[in-house]
Ligand binder design. Structure first.
Ligand code: ADP
Ligand code: X2W
Length: 259
């Protein structure tokens, strides 16, 4: 039987809230399984871009990334946020390795095709070296991946954190029983975003499509669900979405994706 592995994803809404972040990292550090953390941090990147007067544009939860915006992404994700998270998890007793761009040769990406929309320096993941990553995990290291990846020519790309978490989870499912857990600022996928008590316990692809068409699921939730269902269809055992509770060993409220 394969060992269980948790691939956790945290984004800007958690990273930007110190209390929420501390709770999440306490739970994550105490999970009694091997684990990988993937992070975004879009809110901070938008704030820095504003200060630097670099206009920002999102499309369905993904950032259109000019050369200048790529520099901002690099500074914020691979610089500030990754080093902060590595230090915070290290202080909680984990042996952590920050992974950015081409580090460790774990991930290879390529420029996203310009059709139907040119996203600029946004990378799509071509390959995750699951075997290499599994070797690192077996030595007790917890990798922490930022949203920056690279191609074989040395070009860096901004890569959506939800996409990255899902591709890593799929690559590791050959070696582990993988649970993919997306942690954000709401207790789960909500039937009504304004009503925190409307968490959907489960969500199928048909229900997702209906809610998206009605406008009840939008923006940053779209990449989470697209990549979550992709993972579930490609070897990942469990995909759950929610607030701090997704890393609480006694999980209560969250949404689980079902086929
Ligand atoms: N049906 C929904 N249920 C919950 N959140 C939703 C829903 N539709 C859209 N959202 C939005 O998705 C956001 C989470 O996605 P995102 O902002 O990308 O999070 P993060 O960057 O922290 O990972 C929520 O804060 C909420 O505004
Ligand atoms: C291409 C793309 O959209 N990249 C994301 C990467 C960061 C991210 O995923 O941040 P959150 O997890 O906080 O949303 C962005 O720049 O916003």
């Amino acid at each position: 039987m394969k060992d269980k592995l948790i691939v956790g994803k945290i984004g800007g809404n958690v990273i930007d809230n110190p209390d929420l972040l501390n709770t999440v990292l306490d739970y994550f550090a105490n999970l009694p399984h091997q684990k990988v953390l993937v992070h975004g941090g879009g809110i901070l990147a938008t704030q820095l871009a504003e200060v630097l007067n670099i206009p920002q544009q999102m499309h369905e939860g993904r950032r259109i990334t000019s050369a200048k915006t790529l520099e901002v992404a690099q500074m914020v994700y691979a610089g500030k946020i990754n080093t902060d998270l590595v230090a915070k998890l290290h202080s909680r007793g984990l042996v952590v390795q920050g992974v950015n761009g081409a580090d460790g040769a774990y991930i290879q990406s390529e420029k996203r095709s310009v059709k139907p929309i040119d996203f600029g320096f946004v990378g799509d993941i071509v390959k995750v070296d699951g075997e290499r990553l599994a070797r690192t995990l077996s030595s007790g290291i917890v990798p922490v991946f930022s949203a920056i990846t690279a191609d074989l020519e040395g070009q860096l790309y901004n890569t959506n954190g939800d996409t990255q978490a899902s591709e890593i989870a799929m690559a590791l499912s050959d070696f582990y029983e993988v649970e993919l857990r997306y942690c954000f600022d709401k207790p789960g996928v909500l039937r009504d975003v304004l009503d925190p008590s409307s968490v959907l316990k489960t969500l199928s692809i048909t229900e997702y499509t209906e809610l998206k068409d009605k406008g009840a699921i939008y923006q940053g939730m779209i990449p989470k669900l697209d990549t979550g269902f992709r993972a579930l269809n490609n070897g990942v055992q469990t995909v759950i979405l929610g607030g701090t509770e997704v890393f609480n060993p006694i999980q209560t409220i969250h949404t689980e994706l079902v086929l």
